[in-house]
Design a protein around this ligand. Structure first.
Ligand code: PMP
Length: 358
């Protein structure tokens, strides 16, 4: 069967090379005589996978030995819980920037464990813009949490303001999509199912001085200190998932972040230009400096057209284009694995649709 162009927001399209290598490993992993699915998480082979992945993450982020890298499970949402569990209590409150559904969820989860104040929000206007960066962020906050890319509404912080409090970022939907100063962050995390591999694997990177401030008296599974100490194998690790992330990291390194950024900019420009000149489609985010290069959200002028456009996409082997139920309309997720030719195809289908509709 023909491979579809998959614009899903995650799980999302993966690089063909990664899929090829991963499927080989399912049959037989290296010289082990076993499938990767049969490999012990305490084996030397898995330890090598963890070490290489940690080295690659640090290289790609341009960070050094003052950071720890750990693989966890439980996706983005478990980080929404673990972060406040490890750093908040009834007295100390953190700051949150509310820029979309996931940012809002992160803040709401935090209120179960301590104070979590929204310092800026763009909820009015259905998150079609980013709020102004707060003028003053007190150094007394244990952390300021932000979501670098808002998957559902299609905004992305291109520049990050100053913060006297440690910065913690959910980078689930734009990690490794371009150049970024990762050393600004005390901690960042990313669920893997967009730019970093398969669902069920989560990358957490935490600076040692920030980790020092985490609570020690915690159930080990939920403790950053314990997870780091046990080097990603506190419990039975997601061996296959971490391996798929390693393959993705190797693929990213081979291409280079600069080249990936250039491609991502070209893909996003192509689609936004088509939307800006369209009579049928309307981009959700108007401010060009705030538009996401990863998730391009748009609507059609009426609901009947939306259904017809989805059908035309399907007929052209384009899938995953329906918008999130909270935002409606359409969303094309242009993660690293999506090729420019796939966006060209989408834009051609949009033009065909427009020619029939107007
Ligand atoms: N953060 C962001 C930015 C996301 O896009 C998502 C999911 N799409 C999540 C967190 C939640 O991730 P998970 O489903 O792995 O909990």
């Amino acid at each position: 069967m023909k491979r579809q162009i998959n614009f899903n927001a995650g799980p999302a399209e993966m690089p063909a090379e990664v899929l090829h290598e991963a499927s080989k490993a399912v049959k037989r992993f290296g010289s082990t005589g076993s499938s990767i699915l049969e490999l012990s998480h305490r084996s030397k082979e898995f330890l090598d996978i963890v070490e290489e992945s940690k080295t690659l993450v640090k290289q790609l982020c341009g960070i050094g030995s003052d950071y720890d890298v750990v693989w966890m499970q439980g996706g983005g949402r478990l980080q929404f819980c673990m972060l406040p569990m490890n750093f908040l209590d009834a007295k100390v409150g953190a700051g949150y920037l509310d820029t979309g559904h996931w940012a809002d969820e992160a803040q709401k989860y935090a209120t179960h464990y301590g104070k979590a104040e929204v310092l800026a929000s763009s909820k009015e206007g259905n998150y079609n813009h980013l709020p102004e960066w707060p003028k003053k962020i007190p150094a007394s906050l244990p952390y300021l949490h932000l979501t670098t890319n808002n998957t559902i509404y299609g905004t992305q912080w291109q520049t990050i303001g100053d913060s006297s409090a440690p910065l913690v970022a959910d980078m689930s939907s734009d990690i490794f999509s371009g150049k970024r100063d990762y050393s600004k962050y005390a901690m960042f995390y990313a669920a893997a199912q967009k730019n970093l591999g398969a669902a069920g694997t989560t990358l957490v990177v935490i600076r040692k001085d920030f980790l020092d401030k985490a609570k020690a008296d915690m159930p080990p599974m939920l403790s950053y200190k314990a997870q780091v100490k046990e080097n990603s194998i506190l419990n039975t690790a997601n061996v296959f998932g971490v391996y798929v992330s390693l393959l993705t990291l190797r693929w990213i390194k081979e291409k280079g972040i600069a080249a990936i950024e250039k491609e991502n900019k070209a893909k996003a420009k192509l689609l936004y230009d088509a939307l800006d000149s369209s009579k049928v489609f309307v981009p959700h985010v108007k401010d060009k400096t705030q538009r996401s290069r990863m998730n391009v959200c748009f609507t059609a002028t009426n609901a009947k057209q939306e259904k017809a456009f989805l059908e035309l996409c399907e007929a052209n082997d384009i899938t995953g284009i329906k918008g999130h139920r909270l935002a409606g309309g359409f969303r094309a997720s242009l993660y690293n694995a999506i090729e420019l030719s796939s966006v060209e195809r989408l834009v051609a289908v949009m033009a065909e649709f427009e020619a029939q509709a107007v």
